[in-house]
Design a protein around this ligand. Sequence first.
Ligand code: C5P
Length: 232
Amino acid sequence: MGKDVIIACDFSSAGECLDFLSHFTGRKPYVKIGMELFYSAGPDMVKKIKEKGHPIFLDLKLHDIPNTVMKAMRVLSNLDIDMCNLHAGGTKAMMEAALEGLTRPDGSRPLLIAVTQLTSTNEERMRHDLLIDRPLEEVVQHYAICAKEAGLDGVVCSPLEAGQVHKVCGHQFLTVTPGVRFPEGEKGDQARVTSPADAKKIGSDYIVVGRPITAAADPIAAYERCVADFVG
Ligand code: C5P
């Protein structure tokens, strides 16, 4: 499985995003379209970015009753995306329904990845706000096992947890890891962060990098630095 850097294109309009991507004239980076961009620019945005030759991770983090998620995934299966996701907290039944909805009549489908615990969450917030009284690592591993049992392709987790996830779910099971920062960078609202080089050492399959690239003075250089440090 090839390692790659996914740019989180958290822009509020199609124009801003397309302008940002127009600077990447050589290599076409893997692009993550999140809620902000999808809610403002819609499925058309997916088509436009795909036409430019970028692989797409549609990060909408679905979480609802199984039937609703299955039907929503059926709609998303009509888009030419490479990866999409949901919250493992929606239970195994929800994840199985999602997989069923996402699978096209010809049997093909985008990769389906489950969010374990958001990288903005830490153990104290989990205990206090969610009443989950177990160590964060154990929770992430358990959610990953559930996702694997439901037939999913991998999880979204912190790079710090990628090694443990591979240990319990195997190396074919993908770890997609946000919460990545250059050693000298700002953490922002992320609580569990790692550098691209450390994410590589721990064994992440994909790093998702937003502000360290999109808010950099030279986004192309920041992207190339991530690729050099992570993919090598
Ligand atoms: O700007 P930054 O590098 O923090 O962006 C990280 C991206 O990854 C954001 O788009 C955020 O929504 C997403 N994400 C995350 N933690 C997760 C799942 C997704 O930060 N567990």
